[in-house]
Design a protein around this ligand. Structure first.
Ligand SMILES: [Zn+2]
Length: 121
């Protein structure tokens, strides 16, 4: 409850030079449990700011964690698909599976063989 009259803020602020804290010099306008506070040091406001800060930090942390996990999952998928693609190429080359009886298929098969050779060396 706010009443007329001047009150000193019960909040503490860091000393501008050196260590320690001293009383806040602002005029208090808010009363909580018999003590007076300025807007900045109002315990309800301090609590609200701290909760907001924690919430923002949690969100940031969760977003970063999700991004890291998505990146790991993506890398795992790429590795898995790469192994499958290599295996598919190997079957094509080893079994001489020719999709079409044309020069493009022959060249593709030669390319595939070179790629497999590079990977094995
Ligand atoms: Zn204050």
């Amino acid at each position: 409850m706010t009443t007329k009259g001047k009150h000193d803020c019960s909040g503490q602020v860091p000393k501008s030079m050196g260590f320690g804290r001293r009383g806040c010099w602002k005029n208090a306008t808010i009363e909580r449990d018999g003590k007076w506070y300025c807007r900045q040091h109002d315990p309800e406001e301090v609590k609200r700011r701290r909760e907001e800060y924690n919430r923002a930090w949690d969100e940031k942390y969760r977003a970063e964690k999700d991004a890291r996990e998505a990146k790991v999952a993506r890398a795992r998928l790429v590795r898995q698909r790469s192994r499958q693609a290599i295996e598919a190429l190997r079957r094509i080359v080893m079994n001489r599976i020719v999709i079409g009886d044309d020069e493009w298929s022959l060249l593709a098969s030669i390319d595939a063989e070179r790629i497999l050779d590079d990977l094995e060396n």
